[in-house]
Design a protein around this ligand. Structure first.
Ligand SMILES: CC(C)(COP(=O)(O)OP(=O)(O)OC[C@H]1O[C@@H](n2cnc3c(N)ncnc32)[C@H](O)[C@@H]1OP(=O)(O)O)[C@@H](O)C(=O)NCCC(=O)NCCS
Length: 418
C-alpha cells in the first residue's frame, strides 16, 4: 500500500514507473541540464524505480531522491551491500522549504527498515550531508602534468600491449576488469549493468569541453586484460603548435607494471600538451614514477565518497581491523536517536574482525555518527578529527589506540560517479 505524507501542500510518496520522465526533467532542472529525449531511456537503465521517493506539489513532481543497490569494498577485502543515495534534487523554484530534508528523512528510514547497514553517496557540495550523519570517507585529487616537463623514470618491465577499443568493445571488456579491481580496492563500489550502459553511452553534457571517451586496454603477454585507461581529448592548436589536453576519466590497473604502462601511454600521446585527471588518488603513485615529482601539479583535493553507518554494531563488525584492541565509543546520532549510546568494539587478532555491542562501560572517545562514517574506511585518522574538535578523547591513549585499530594497508579510493 502506497503511503502519502502531507507536508503543507507538498506530498512525499514512492515513485511510479510512469513518473520516470518527470524525474529526468526535475533532476535536469536541479542540476542545470536538459536531457535529450533519447537520453531518457539511457538514464532508465541505471535507475531503481522501487527505491525512489518523490515530492509533489498539486500532483506535479518537484523533488526526488533514489537508492541504487551497490557493494562497497571495506578493509579486509570484504565486500558489503550498501544503499547508494543518488538522483537527489529539488526544483530551483521550490528550494529551502524543507523538501529535501523530508525526502532524506523518509529515505533514511526506508533504508534502515530495508536492512542495509551502510549508506553511501557523492555530494554535489560538501556542506549538505553531514547533518544527515554522512561523513566524508574518501577524497580525490585533481592534478595535471605538462608533457615537456613530465618524464617517467622507467624503463618499466612490461611484456604486454595496449589496444584502443570502441564503446561496444569496452562494454564487453571494462566491466570484468573493473569488477576484479574493485573487490580489492577499499572504498570502491560495484557497478551494475545499467550503470555501464549509461556510462558508455557517454552523454553529451558529461563531456564538458572535451570530446567522446576513448578506452585503451592493457593486455598481458598471455592476452588477458588487466587494466585500462578511459580518457577524453580536448583538441587545441596555438600558433600552429599542438597544445591539446588529455583528460583521464579513470585508470584501472591490476598491478604496478600495468599502472606504469597505462600512464606511459597517456604521457606519450602526440598532439597533447597537458595531461589531467579530476578524480585521482590522494596518494597517486604516478608522482613517484616521474623523474621530477614536481611535474605533477595538484589542482585540488575534494571529498568524494560519503559514508553513513545505519546499523552501528553490524557495520562496525563488517570490516576487518589492523590491530587488536578494545575501544568504547560514545556515539550521537540525531537522525536515528536509537543509535545514540555507548558501543564496545573488541578486536582480538591483527587483521581480525570485531565484536561490537552496546555497553555500559566508561567511554574512551566521543563522536557523532558522521565522524564514525568518515573513519570507517581508514581515509582519515581519529587524531585528525580530534585536532578539528570533531572527536573527544575521554581516556588517555584512546585516539592512538583507535587509529591503530582502524588503520588500513592502502588508502581508500573511489572513482565511480553515481
Ligand atoms: C541540495 C538541494 C537538494 C537542497 O534542497 P532544498 O529542498 O532546498 O533543501 P531543504 O530546504 O530541505 O534544506 C534542508 C537542510 O539542508 C540545508 N541545505 C540545503 N542545500 C544546501 C546546500 N547546497 N549546502 C549546504 N546546506 C544546504 C538547508 O540549509 C537545510 O538545513 P537545516 O534543515 O539543517 O536547517 C537543492 O538545493 C538542489 O536540488 N540542488 C541542486 C542539485 C544538487 O546539488 N543535488 C544534490 C546532489 S548530491
Amino acid at each position: 500500500m502506497q503511503s502519502l505524507t502531507d507536508m503543507g501542500d507538498i506530498q512525499i510518496r514512492r515513485l511510479r514507473e510512469e513518473d520516470f520522465p518527470e524525474v529526468v526533467r526535475v533532476e535536469g532542472a536541479a542540476f542545470g541540464e536538459q536531457a535529450a529525449p533519447e537520453e531518457v531511456a539511457i538514464f532508465r537503465a541505471g535507475f531503481n524505480v522501487d527505491r525512489t521517493l518523490c515530492a509533489l506539489e498539486d500532483g506535479a513532481l518537484v523533488g526526488t531522491n533514489s537508492v541504487m543497490d551497490m557493494e562497497l569494498t571495506v578493509p579486509g577485502d570484504r565486500v558489503i551491500p550498501v544503499a547508494a543515495l543518488t538522483w537527489v534534487g529539488v526544483l530551483p523554484s521550490h528550494r529551502r522549504r524543507g523538501i529535501f530534508r523530508r525526502l532524506m528523512e523518509r529515505q533514511l528510514e526506508d533504508i534502515r527498515h530495508g536492512g542495509d547497514i551502510v549508506s553511501v553517496l557523492l555530494g554535489s557540495e560538501g556542506g549538505i550531508y553531514g547533518r544527515f550523519g554522512y561523513g566524508s570517507a574518501t577524497s580525490v585529487l585533481s592534478f595535471s602534468l605538462e608533457r615537456p616537463q613530465a618524464k617517467l623514470a622507467g624503463p618499466f618491465g612490461n611484456d604486454g600491449r595496449i589496444v584502443l577499443i570502441d564503446p561496444a568493445g569496452a562494454a564487453s571488456v571494462l566491466p570484468d576488469v573493473y569488477d576484479r579491481y574493485r573487490r580489492r580496492q577499499i572504498g570502491a563500489v560495484s557497478r551494475h549493468p545499467g550503470w555501464w550502459t549509461e556510462y558508455l553511452y557517454d552523454i553529451e553534457h558529461h563531456r564538458e569541453r572535451t570530446g567522446k571517451m576513448f578506452h585503451a586496454v592493457h593486455e598481458n603477454a598471455s592476452g588477458s586484460r588487466d587494466g585500462y585507461v578511459t580518457y577524453r581529448i580536448e583538441q587545441h592548436w596555438s600558433a600552429g603548435l599542438p597544445s591539446g589536453e588529455l583528460v583521464v576519466v579513470e585508470l584501472i590497473a591490476a598491478d604496478p607494471e600495468v599502472y606504469a604502462a597505462l600512464w606511459s601511454y597517456c604521457l606519450n600521446t602526440d598532439l597533447v600538451r597537458t595531461i589531467s585527471m579530476g578524480r585521482g588518488r590522494v596518494e597517486e603513485p604516478l608522482r613517484w614514477l616521474l623523474t621530477d615529482p614536481r611535474s605533477l601539479q595538484v589542482d585540488g583535493l575534494v571529498d568524494y565518497l560519503w559514508v553513513r553507518l545505519i546499523d552501528l554494531p553490524r557495520a562496525l563488525a563488517a570490516r576487518d581491523y589492523y590491530s587488536p584492541g578494545d575501544l568504547v565509543l560514545e556515539v550521537t546520532d540525531e537522525v536515528f536517536p536509537a543509535n545514540s549510546g555507548r558501543y564496545r568494539l573488541r578486536v582480538e587478532a591483527p587483521g581480525g574482525t570485531a565484536l561490537c555491542a552496546p555497553t555500559a562501560a566508561d567511554p574512551q572517545l566521543a563522536l557523532s555518527v558522521a565522524e564514525l562514517g568518515a573513519v570507517y574506511l581508514g581515509g582519515v585518522s581519529f587524531q585528525t578529527l580530534a585536532a578539528a574538535g570533531r572527536v573527544k578523547e575521554l581516556s588517555g591513549g584512546a585516539l592512538a589506540n583507535a587509529d591503530l585499530m582502524f588503520a588500513t594497508d592502502t588508502p581508500p579510493y573511489c572513482v565511480t560517479m553515481f
